[in-house]
Design a protein. Structure first.
Length: 250
């Protein structure tokens, strides 16, 4: 996998050896890893960079993992909704009861093995992975054949694409703002409008993804909704590229 497309995980632990071991295992799984020695350092890094997951040691000086996790949630938006995994060598059953109170997604016992991480990733990233499988195998980014059958007039096809290109910056700004607010209603409103555009453009791949996200917003499932933001923006870029190439042929 290309390094820039790898998942990035932030490991937060005050113990040098513990961080070294965790990072070594993760790097061996082709995951990009960053390290923070305490909660304050972790929050600063999260504000400046994007992470797919955080491994949070619970018992740290200055600010423990529980308090750090709450402060991360207070950031709001996608940064405030990064999956956090409590990593602890203490009583696992006690920690499992505590993580709900502190808005932590899951818990991992020290010392862990590669197999433990594989199970965790399979569970945590199941929404995104299941979507990728369907999308990649079955759906075209732009169904040119259907588009031309539906709009037989070449000039009209060009007008539709010109309108889409003219609205793209406004549309992207509206979508980005909705996800940044981390509000299901705002995301629903932005994507419901875009669903119409994707339908008329015969953009099957992003249309399928948009419908999935809308389903999550209907059920007010915010975490599941936010997990698909990256896929949405990536597919918007792919669609734009294909439409621009097609436009040149008209």
């Amino acid at each position: 996998m290309d390094e820039k497309n790898r998942r990035k995980i932030l490991v937060v632990d005050d113990n040098n050896i513990s961080r070294r071991v965790m990072c070594q295992i993760l790097k061996g799984m082709h995951i990009n890893v960053e390290e923070a020695k305490n909660g304050y350092e972790a929050i600063d890094m999260i504000k400046k960079d994007n992470f797919d997951m955080i491994f949070m040691d619970i018992f740290m000086p200055l600010m423990d993992g529980y308090e750090t996790s709450l402060k991360i949630r207070d950031l709001g938006g996608t940064k405030g909704n990064i999956p956090i995994i409590a990593v602890t060598g203490e009583d696992l059953e006690f920690t499992e009861r505590k993580i709900v109170e502190y808005k932590i997604n899951d818990v991992l016992a020290k010392p862990f093995r590669k197999e433990d991480l594989e199970k965790l990733f399979e569970k945590s990233f199941d929404i995104e992975n299941s979507y990728n499988d369907v999308q990649t195998e079955n759906l075209p980014i732009f169904n040119q054949g259907d588009f031309e059958l539906f709009y037989e007039d070449k000039k009209f096809r060009k007008e539709i694409l010109t309108t889409f290109f003219g609205d793209q910056h406004k549309d992207l700004e509206k979508i980005s703002k909705a996800f940044k607010e981390a509000d299901c209603e705002s995301i629903h409103d932005a994507l419901h409008y875009m669903k119409g555009s994707f339908t008329y453009l015969k953009a099957e791949r992003i249309l399928d993804l948009t419908e999935r996200i809308l389903d999550f917003t209907y059920r007010n499932e915010l975490n599941e909704t936010l997990l698909l933001e990256k896929q949405l923006m990536l597919n918007y870029s792919l669609l734009l590229k294909e439409l621009l190439n097609y436009y040149k042929t008209l």
